[in-house]
Design a protein around this ligand. Structure first.
Ligand code: HPA
Length: 385
């Protein structure tokens, strides 16, 4: 196995120069640098990062712990993290805590024991043990997606990176209200997650903006997964006055809601309109195409890496929360005609009453829904905050 000394000898430089080329610790003249790189190539030298870590106390690795890596939202976050980490010469260790608080603390401890330089973590709904561990060991950490209160006067205890949730959810509600819906159901996420709380706030805010009363029975708690959403949707449909439109609070719950609607023989948007928080690659292939809020998932991952590297470079700067805007992917599951998605003019026209609506057993024909709704202006895709 060739050593650094072999490389130095072959390139005609000192071992220290080889080290500076490898670690970018000091500028090296271009021709000297090239001689070192050529020698490395010729000898097949591979740096021993463990030995380097013993000297620098840095492993140039980052740990990522996000639950449900199989969920496309988190998979895209992972892709954003991986690309950014590689770009900065770091490697990545990944764990999936499965949203289980005990498992979460355990995997974070394992990553920390591997001496990652910092962590990016999407905390579970009960993150006390995790946060205690991170605080006690002063692990440079960025909380991702699920944040802890950043409205307090003092700075949050950790850097945080997340998407806007409140405004975009309100946008879905006002969009449906603009189409004439008066009873809009929310298939909400797992209680305890900040994303769940903020999306419920957005739902309330949207109702208030549209001048609609809040009816708590229209908020059905799910578990942020497909199975919980199936039950939550069934509960909403079983109300004495069921909703004429649904909003789902994430991609997995959209799938669950669609499953229940299909089991009940309800068609979207004729029987019930649907708007989704969270876009995914095939939302556009559903029939009807799903109107959704698209989260900037890859950017969230890349931003988390940027904030973490900043933290490593300036350990004492105050913690901060970065929120990235979402976009509105206006399609047809909301009930807008295909051509309406191109802009407000086409969507604003009068809509013929649908004789089949609503088809929920026992519900009178859509008494609260005007036939000529005033449609709000909406671009097909617009940035929201
Ligand atoms: N947070 C935000 N968006 C999501 C989530 C989540 O936990 N799951 C699916 N989309």
């Amino acid at each position: 196995m060739p050593t650094m000394a072999d490389v130095a000898r072959s390139a005609g430089v000192s071992v220290a120069t080889v080290s500076h080329v490898l670690n970018d610790t000091r500028p090296v003249l271009p021709h000297t640098r090239q001689a070192v790189l050529d020698a490395i190539d010729e000898l097949g030298y591979t740096p021993n990062t463990l030995a380097r870590s013993l000297v620098t106390s840095r492993t140039r690795s980052i740990g990522l712990a996000v639950s449900a890596i199989s969920n496309p939202y988190f998979t895209e976050i992972l892709q954003g993290v991986e690309a950014a980490v590689l770009e900065h010469g770091y490697s990545l260790l990944i764990a999936d805590p499965h949203d289980d608080p005990e498992h979460e603390r355990k995997v974070v401890q394992l990553l920390h024991e591997r001496r990652v330089d910092g962590l990016i973590v999407a905390p579970s709904a009960a993150p006390r043990a995790l946060l205690d561990y991170l605080g006690r060991h002063a692990v440079p950490t960025v909380l991702l997606d699920r944040v802890i209160d950043d409205r307090a006067d003092s700075a949050p205890p950790f850097d945080q990176v997340c998407a806007e949730n409140t405004g975009p959810m309100a946008r879905l509600v006002t969009h449906l209200a603009g189409l004439g819906h008066r009873r809009i159901g929310l298939v909400a996420g797992l209680p305890g997650l900040s994303t769940t709380g903020e999306r419920i706030s957005g739902y309330r805010q949207g109702l208030a903006t549209a001048g609609l009363p809040l009816d708590d029975t229209l908020i059905a708690p799910g578990d942020s997964a497909s199975s919980g959403a199936e039950q939550a949707t069934a509960a909403l449909l079983s109300l004495a006055a069921p909703p004429t439109a649904l909003v789902t609070a994430n991609n997995a719950m959209t799938i669950g809601a669609l499953r229940t609607l299909r089991a009940r023989g309800l068609s979207v948007p004729d029987d019930i309109a649907l708007c989704c928080f969270d876009d995914f690659a095939w939302a556009d292939l559903f029939s009807p195409r799903l109107t959704a809020i698209a989260q900037p998932s890859r950017e969230l991952g890349a931003e988390a890496v940027r904030v973490l590297l900043e933290r490593l470079a300036s350990p004492d700067r105050p913690a901060r929360t970065v929120r990235l805007p979402c976009t509105f992917a206006h399609r047809t599951s909301c009930g807008c005609p295909e051509e309406g998605c191109a802009g407000p003019a086409a969507a604003r026209g009068p809509r013929a009453p649908r004789s089949a609506r609503p088809r929920h057993p026992g519900q009178p024909e859509n008494p609260e829904r005007p036939e000529h709704p005033e449609h709000p202006e909406h671009p097909e895709k617009g940035t929201l905050s």
